[in-house]
Design a protein around this ligand. Structure first.
Ligand code: ADP
Ligand code: ADP
Length: 228
């Protein structure tokens, strides 16, 4: 069974149809990119998967279990085993790095939390920054902390919304590489939204190409962008 499966999702804001019958899945350990121009419905799909946007039509399954749709009461976001990284990283400014990461660890016994924080900080190569506050970090460092925070509760699924677009173009390639390594180590099924074909080519095992709220093509980067 797929780690994440979205089946026949449609979503309207007022009378504007943002997603029109999109279906996709992410297998265990896979990095999948949703690629397409601004406004094509990518973020809406990601928010529906996370449970941040109420499902209007279709079904969301995680590990074969329906979490929204099918006439059932939807599983709330915090019970979906999903880690989120947003474009602006959304770190809590009043908490230091350790506090930011520990925030999502309420299911862990208090005495085990510092160990888990240290573990994910090492994973993103930020062990020296536990006491630092977000404003004192560079964009790239904030991105690493946002990733560490998302991974700390060991989510089965990671959802990333344009995780590199707030970053300096010079740093982006290095950070992509580092992020991909961390994602693969974590083993989480990853769905990443991007408008940048290069980014999708680099990161993805598979790509879903979207246009106007629909999935218009899907396949491996090689299959989608085969050189003549
Ligand atoms: P993408 O992530 O591909 O840029 P979005 O899912 O953000 O696309 O948006 C898809 C469409 O839905 C766009 O036309 C956008 O303006 C609209 N939209 C997104 N969020 C909202 C919202 N909260 N209220 C109204 N319209 C929205
Ligand atoms: P993205 O392309 O990453 O979705 P946007 O700039 O389109 O970013 O959207 C940023 C935020 O604004 C999102 O929370 C989205 O729901 C909201 N939004 C987007 N389009 C609209 C809209 N037409 N009306 C109201 N809110 C919107």
């Amino acid at each position: 069974v797929a780690a994440l499966e979205l089946h026949d999702i449609s979503h309207a804001y007022d009378n504007n149809l943002a997603v029109a019958g999109a279906s996709l899945h992410v297998d265990e350990g896979e990095v999948v990119c949703l690629l397409g121009p601004s406004g094509c419905g990518k973020s809406t799909i990601l928010r529906i998967a996370a449970g941040l946007e109420p499902l209007q039509q279709g079904e969301v399954r995680m590990g074969g279990v329906t979490v929204a749709g099918g006439g059932l009461i939807p599983v709330p976001p915090e019970r979906r085993g999903v880690g989120l990284v947003f474009q602006d990283f959304a770190l809590f400014p009043h908490l230091n790095v350790a506090g930011n990461i520990a925030f999502g660890l309420s299911d862990l016994a208090p005495r085990e939390r510092p160990h888990r924080v240290a573990e994910v900080l090492a994973q993103v190569d930020m062990s020296d920054f536990a006491e630092a506050y977000p404003h004192a970090l560079s964009g790239g460092q904030q991105q690493r902390i946002a990733l560490a925070r998302a991974l700390a509760p060991r989510p089965r699924i990671l959802l990333l919304d344009e995780p590199f677009s707030g970053l300096d173009a010079r740093l982006r390639e290095q950070i992509r590489e580092d992020t991909l390594r961390v994602l693969k180590q974590s083993g989480a099924a990853t769905l990443m939204v991007t408008h940048d074909p290069d980014e999708a080519m680099f990161m993805a095992d598979r790509i879903y190409l979207m246009k106007g709220g629909r999935v218009v093509q899907s396949g491996s980067p090689d299959a989608l962008y085969r050189r003549p």
